[in-house]
Design a protein around this ligand. Structure first.
Ligand SMILES: *Cc1c(COP(=O)(O)O)cnc(C)c1O
Length: 454
């Protein structure tokens, strides 16, 4: 085994293809359903929102999709990202486990999100689109897409969850630096936004509402603008597999193989990006790996949600998707500082969970920040609050190894740094972050009015 701490691939080793798990699923994904006809949708139903290249990727059964050269050119600004052995954390925990993290915070906007933002901007530009509309919560996705749009000469319109717009002014400035227009959501620019404001003029907003606004803005643009989503969809998860494909090579360099792989889940894209190439090894080659998706107890889609057909947005503008969901009207508790606030979850992640191929756990925010601080003090990187959910469970698994004496190899995705999230750390340090369990009754209530689809 290597004594090295950092496993860097040369740029010549950047993977040239994304991996599409749909080729290897033991059962196909449930169809996406049209809310009007209750029949499976076809590519044409999605054409007002997405370019055809991405729609075809969404339903593709090809095992590998070649990464276009102009996308690779941008990836080369920061990829391959390092795989780092957390030796100082291991020593601090006094664990026989080997802990590795894949550091996606080295991208220009500080998270894994540019991996798909760049690809999406490229395909839209290819099809003659002029602008992309999108939503953002904390601003990570909006920053990534703003940068990508600017690189490919597209305008970018971001609907930012209002409470984040107010609390995270520097994220907004970052998007503006890349030339994006940022609108607090709910806004009076769209029917969806106006409907919410009529009911609740002080609405803090939610991802579900901001998605409705961005979707409406694209759908009513006469074809010049398309919509872009930063997580959840099959093609987004596929773009993120460049993370795991690099880790396959980096684990070889390290001379080890993962026993446990961990990622935080909001919509599921960074987790999937890390693990799907290894899920392939589990399904196709029988490798024995545990995959753990970590979510907040304040937004527990996998662990408390129901696996039913639901809308992707609050305004019921999207198709119906089968996913573990808290209901499309879900609004997270404002005291929750850890991100990962989406009401649903990527259909691929849900399907793998339903099939028992991956596991899920929910963790409360104080233990999450405690783990983040331990990580920062040992490894020197301040993780994003979202990422810190994965850090918590990586530490928990390493502590279990300490008890059992087992020397397992644990790999987690350090999906982004927390340099824009110091207000959340402040709130933690001053004891202002109550732990919060989302009540199961609320899930029942929110799901009561859903269309029933077998
Ligand atoms: C957006 C974000 C997440 C959550 O999104 P997923 O699609 O679940 O990966 C996690 N970590 C960071 C740093 C993010 O910016």
């Amino acid at each position: 085994m290597s004594e090295r701490t950092r496993f860097d691939l040369p740029q010549s080793e950047i993977p040239k293809a994304w991996y599409n798990i749909q080729a290897d699923l033991p059962e196909p994904l449930p169809p996406v359903i049209h809310p009007g006809t209750l029949q499976p949708i076809g590519p044409d139903d999605l054409a007002p929102l997405f370019p055809m290249a991405l729609i075809m990727q969404e339903v593709s059964q090809e095992r590998y999709v070649e990464i276009p050269e102009p996308v690779l050119d941008v990836y080369r600004l920061w990829r391959p990202t390092p795989l780092i052995r957390a030796r100082r954390l291991e020593q601090h925990l006094d664990t026989p486990a080997h802990i590795y993290y894949k550091y996606e915070g080295t991208s220009p906007s500080g998270s894994h999100k540019p991996n798909t933002a760049v690809a999406q901007a490229f395909y839209n530009k290819e099809e003659g689109i002029k602008a992309l509309t999108t939503e953002t919560g904390a601003g990570q996705w909006g920053s990534a897409l703003s940068m990508a749009c600017h690189f490919f000469d597209l305008d970018c319109e971001v609907y930012m969850v209002k409470i984040s717009y107010q609390q995270k002014p520097y994220r907004r400035s970052l998007m503006q630096t890349f030339g994006a227009t940022v609108t607090p959501s709910p806004s009076n620019k769209t029917n969806a936004g106006r409907a919410i404001l009529e009911q609740d003029p002080d609405s803090p907003g939610s991802l579900g509402i901001a998605i409705s606004e961005a979707v409406e803005a694209a759908a009513t643009s006469g074809g010049t603008k398309k919509y872009s989503l930063g997580s959840v969809l099959n093609h987004v998860l596929m773009h993120q597999t460049i993370i795991g494909e690099e880790v396959v090579k980096q684990m070889e360099m390290a001379g080890e193989y993962p026993d446990i792989m961990i990622g935080c889940v909001g919509g599921g894209s960074n987790f999937a990006g890390l693990v799907l190439p290894f899920v392939r090894e589990k399904i196709v080659n029988g490798k024995d790996i545990r995959f753990i998706a970590v979510e907040p107890t304040a937004a527990p889609s996998l662990t408390k949600g129901k696996y039913v057909y639901d809308f992707g947005d609050t305004g019921k503008m999207t198709p119906l998707v089968k996913m573990y969901t808290l209901g499309h009207s879900f609004i997270p508790a404002p005291i929750h500082a850890g991100g990962l606030r989406y009401h649903g979850m990527a259909p691929i992640v849900c399907h793998l969970y339903d099939l028992g191929i991956i596991e899920a756990v929910a963790v409360p925010q104080n233990p999450v920040f405690e783990a983040a601080v331990t990580f920062a003090r040992t490894e020197g990187i301040v993780p994003a609050p979202e990422t810190s959910h994965a850090v918590r469970v990586a530490i928990d698994e390493a502590l279990k190894c300490k008890e059992s004496g087992e020397s397992k190899t644990i790999v987690f995705n350090l999906s982004g740094h927390g340099h824009f999230d110091m207000a959340a750390y402040d709130a933690y340090f001053s004891g202002q972050l109550p732990d919060y369990d989302y009540p199961a009754e609320e899930v029942e209530r929110a799901l009561a009015d859903l269309p029933q689809i077998a």
